[in-house]
Design a protein around this ligand. Structure first.
Ligand SMILES: Nc1nc2c(ncn2[C@@H]2O[C@H](COP(=O)(O)OP(=O)(O)OP(=O)(O)O)[C@@H](O)[C@H]2O)c(=O)[nH]1
Ligand SMILES: [Mg+2]
Length: 299
């Protein structure tokens, strides 16, 4: 069997997690139209008859403002080492500016083989792509190819997978063939709730939110009971998450429940509670540990 580890790297919001979902052909990772959606390093496993590719999704590399952000960037940068290939994802619409060069610097320093991925090609003209490819190829020192993709239309996804497969070598099967993610169900559940918060709230609110699943149990009637706490930075944000007469938390809960029911094929009872922990992004290690940052920091 051919196998290997492939990290995705790039500034926030370029479509790293969307690309992993597109490759796997199903939604496994949460995505949103706001930057800094992904907070952890997450392994997503692609397996077919003769290969296994472990995609390592990472948080977007940015200049952090909070300790949470520092941990996220550290998790992203650490992932560059110890993988066989890094997919350096850029947004075709944004082009190559300072934030992209900041990412390229880390990638070049890692010495890892890189494939440039120009994503969101559905949003730009073909002429622009030629020039962009040239720049990416020039800036990435260990570049073994540049692929143009759209995680939305699926264009270029097969080609990307083929190029990755061409660079894999003989290796072990790292995970069981039916495993698609290396995180427990509680993590998936908290991420899905967080995705709905990212979808429905704005400005600092999504970024000030953490979701921690406190309890999961299966009841006699086959209903899975999930209790989760939603932590925010300030009282005003608690009000926004709850919404007028509870309308917002209801919407978040309904959407998350439906997705969880689809995922598990079981009825879900989702019990959400909103709590305030002032400045948790800068100092609350309990929360940072709970949302899985500690593993990322210590590796
Ligand atoms: N039009 C278009 N939109 C895309 C494409 N790929 C991703 N998006 C959108 O871009 C936004 C960001 O996608 P994500 O996959 O969350 O990006 P990310 O790089 O994982 O972002 P972080 O986790 O914040 O670093 C979402 O709104 C996606 O729907 C694409 O190929 N075309
Ligand atoms: Mg992401």
């Amino acid at each position: 069997m051919e196998s290997g580890f492939v990290a995705l790297s790039g500034k926030p919001n370029v479509g790293k997690s969307s690309l992993v979902n597109a490759i796997l052909g199903r939604k496994i990772l949460i995505v949103s139209d706001k930057p800094q959606t992904t907070r952890n390093r997450i392994n997503v496993i692609y397996t077919d008859d003769n290969s296994q590719i472990v995609f390592v999704d990472t948080p977007g590399i940015h200049k952090p403002l909070y300790r949470l952000g520092e941990y996220m960037v550290k998790a992203a940068v650490t992932a560059l080492k110890g993988v066989d290939i890094v997919l350096v994802v850029v947004d075709a619409k944004d082009g190559i500016k300072k934030p992209e060069k900041f990412v390229f610097e880390y990638v070049n320093k890692s010495g890892t083989k890189a494939i440039g991925v120009i994503n969101k090609i559905d949003l730009v003209s073909k002429t622009r792509l030629l020039e962009l490819s040239r720049v990416v190829e020039k800036e990435l020192e260990n570049c073994i190819g540049v692929i143009k993709t759209s995680a939305v239309t699926g264009e270029g996804i097969k080609e990307l997978l083929d190029v990755i497969k061409n660079h894999l070598s003989e290796g072990p099967q790292f995970y069981p063939e039916d495993m698609v993610i290396d995180r427990p169900f509680a993590f998936m559940a908290s991420e899905i709730v967080r995705e709905k918060i990212f979808q429905y709230t704005y400005e600092e609110v999504p970024h000030s939110t953490a979701v921690i699943v406190e309890e999961i149990k299966e009841r006699e009637n086959n209903v899975i009971y999930i209790r989760a706490n939603i932590y925010v930075d300030r009282n005003s944000q608690k009000g926004i998450i709850i919404g007028h007469k509870g309308s917002m938390i209801k919407k978040i809960g309904q959407d998350a429940r439906k997705e969880l029911e689809f995922l598990t094929n079981q009825k879900i009872y989702l019990d959400l509670h909103v709590k305030v922990k002032r400045n948790w992004r800068d100092k609350d290690f309990i929360i940072l540990n709970e949302i899985g940052m500690r593993d990322d920091i210590n590796q």
